[in-house]
Design a protein around this ligand. Structure first.
Ligand SMILES: *[C@@H]1O[C@H](CO)[C@@H](O)[C@H](O)[C@H]1NC(C)=O
Ligand SMILES: *[C@@H]1O[C@H](CO)[C@@H](O)[C@H](O)[C@H]1NC(C)=O
Ligand SMILES: *[C@@H]1O[C@H](CO)[C@@H](O)[C@H](O)[C@H]1NC(C)=O
Length: 408
C-alpha cells in the first residue's frame, strides 16, 4: 500500500525528498535495513494481562476495564504478595520494543507477557502502576494504537508487528512512536544493524554523564536538545516530525514516573537503570551493559502519591521543548548539512517553527495529528485513515475540548 504514496514532498516551498521515506516506501525497514531481519513472533491469541486480583484492589488504584481508578498512589508495586505481577523474563517468542515502560509492564504481566496488548490493558496498567490520571492514560494508549496499532481491534504490539493484520504496525515502526534522537536508542539510519528499538548502553551512558546520574526535568530538556543536535550533525537522514514532541513527553518519565514515589522522589540512576535494563559493567564503572527486553521494576519501588494528569505532562513537554532550544521540525535530505524545515499549516508549523509551543499549542497539534487530516508529505509518518481518526475522536475529543482545543 505504501508504494502508491508519492515520495516527492513539498516542503517550505521547494520540492525535496527525504531519502529515508523513499526507502521505507519501497519495502519497509526489515526488507531494506535490519540485517538481522528478525522474524516477528505471531500471537493470534494474546495471553492477556494477569488480572488485578480482588485481594489487591486497595493496593493499586482500582482501575479496571479502562475506567478511572482512585488516583491514589504512593504504594509498593507490585503489592506485597502479588506474585502474579512479579518479574518474569521474556522468552524468545515474547515481543519487546523501544518503550522501557511497556517492556517492564509486559515482564510484570501488567499487560500481556507476549507483548501484544490492547487499549484496556494499557489504560489500567498506566493508572495502577504509574498512577497516571485516567485522561493521560487514555491519551497515551490511544496515541500508541492510532500510530502503531490496529484501531479496529484496539490491539498494539509493543515491538515488531507480530500477529497484526495490517502492515507497518508495532512500536518498532520507524518515525511514529519510534523517532530519531531518542533518549537512549540509535537513530534508525545510523545504527549499524538498523536496530533503533533496543536500548543502547553507550547512549544511556551519555545520558547518565550529561545529567550526572540525576535525570531531573531541568536536565532532560537540554539533554534532548543535545541529542537533537547530535542527530542533525551526524545522520544524513535525520527526521524530526511533529511526533518528536511525544519523545519530549517521554523525557519526563524518569522524574514523573520512574523515580520511586515519582515527582515526590529522586530520579537517580540507581533506580532508573532498572527501567532501562542497564547495569554498570563493574561497581563504580562508567561503562554500561544493556540487557534489552529485561526492563523491570526496581526493588522496593513505590509509585507516585498523586495522579499525573494530561495537563501536567503537556505543561512539562512544553517546558522541556523550550529548554532544548525549540528544535526545528524537518529533516536532513541525504546530507548532514542539508536541513529542510517542514510546513504543516493545520498543525501550526511553518518552516520548521511551531508557532505556539505552549502546553495548549502542543496538545492541539496532537489533536490535529490524531483526529484530522495531515499533509500528503507526512502521510508515511502520521497514520491517516478514517477508522483511526474515529477511534481517536471517540476516546479523546472530550479531553482535548476541556483543554481548549478547537472542535474538529
Ligand atoms: C551504540 O551507540 C554508539 C554511539 O552512537 C554507537 O557507536 C554504537 O555503534 C551503538 N551500538 C550498537 C550496538 O548499536
Ligand atoms: C544545539 O545547537 C544549537 C545551534 O547550534 C545551539 O544553539 C544549542 O546550544 C545546542 N544545544 C545543546 C544542548 O547543545
Ligand atoms: C548489576 O551488576 C552488579 C555487579 O556489578 C550485580 O551485583 C547485580 O546483580 C547486577 N544487576 C542486575 C540487575 O543485573
Amino acid at each position: 500500500m505504501y508504494t502508491q504514496i508519492p515520495i516527492l514532498l513539498t516542503i517550505a516551498g521547494t520540492v525535496n525528498g527525504y531519502a529515508w521515506m523513499e526507502r521505507i516506501a519501497n519495502g519497509g525497514p526489515a526488507a531494506t535495513l535490519d540485517k538481522r531481519a528478525p522474524i516477528c513472533p505471531i500471537h493470534l491469541a494474546p495471553q492477556g494481562a494477569a488480572p488485578y486480583s480482588d485481594y489487591y484492589p486497595s493496593k493499586y488504584t482500582g482501575a479496571k476495564n479502562g475506567l478511572p481508578g482512585t488516583g491514589k498512589g504512593g504504594v509498593l508495586v507490585p503489592a506485597a504478595g502479588d506474585t502474579a505481577h512479579a518479574y518474569s523474563p521474556p522468552s524468545p517468542s515474547d515481543i519487546r520494543g523501544p518503550c522501557p515502560g511497556l517492556n517492564m509492564a509486559a515482564n510484570h504481566n501488567f499487560i500481556s507477557h507476549d507483548g501484544l496488548t490492547n487499549f484496556v490493558e494499557l489504560v489500567d496498567f498506566a493508572q495502577n502502576v504509574f498512577n497516571w490520571g485516567w485522561d493521560l492514560a487514555t491519551f497515551v494508549a490511544t496515541f500508541g494504537i492510532v500510530m502503531d496499532g490496529d484501531p479496529f481491534t484496539s490491539q498494539l504490539s509493543i515491538g515488531c508487528g507480530g500477529g497484526m493484520q495490517i502492515p507497518n504496525t508495532g512500536l518498532n515502526a520507524h518515525n511514529k512512536f519510534e523517532t530519531d534522537s531518542s533518549m537512549t536508542r540509535n537513530d534508525y539510519f545510523t545504527s549499524p544493524t538498523g536496530d533503533a528499538y533496543s536500548v543502547n548502553a553507550t547512549i544511556f551512558g551519555y545520558m547518565n554523564d550529561y545529567c550526572d546520574g540525576d535525570f531531573t526535568l531541568g536536565c532532560m530538556g537540554p539533554y534532548m536538545g543535545s541529542r537533537y543536535n547530535n542527530s542533525k550533525e551526524t545522520n544524513p537522514n535525520f527526521f524530526f516530525g511533529p511526533l518528536g514532541l511525544f519523545a519530549f513527553g517521554t523525557a519526563t518519565l524518569p522524574q514523573e514516573s520512574f523515580a520511586s514515589y515519582g515527582n515526590a522522589g529522586t530520579p537517580s540512576v540507581d533506580t532508573i537503570q532498572y527501567f532501562w535494563a542497564v547495569n554498570r559493567s563493574a561497581s563504580g564503572s562508567s561503562t554500561w551493559i544493556a540487557n534489552p527486553g529485561h526492563e523491570t521494576i526496581p526493588p522496593n519501588w513505590c509509585n507516585r502519591p498523586t495522579a499525573l494528569s494530561f495537563a501536567e505532562i503537556f505543561g512539562e513537554t512544553s517546558q522541556l521543548y523550550a529548554e532544548a532550544g525549540y528544535p526545528a521540525f524537518g529533516g536532513n535530505v541525504g546530507k548532514t548539512d542539508a536541513f529542510v524545515g517542514l510546513t504543516f499549516e493545520a498543525g501550526g508549523i511553518e518552516n520548521g517553527i511551531l508557532k505556539d509551543p505552549s502546553a495548549e499549542g502542543i496538545a492541539c497539534l496532537f489533536q490535529q495529528v490524531l483526529m484530522d487530516t495531515v499533509p500528503q508529505s507526512l502521510s508515511i509518518v502520521l497514520t491517516q485513515d478514517p477508522i483511526a481518526s474515529a477511534f481517536a475522536k471517540t476516546n479523546l475529543a472530550g479531553i482535548f475540548k476541556s483543554f481548549g482545543c478547537p472542535a474538529l
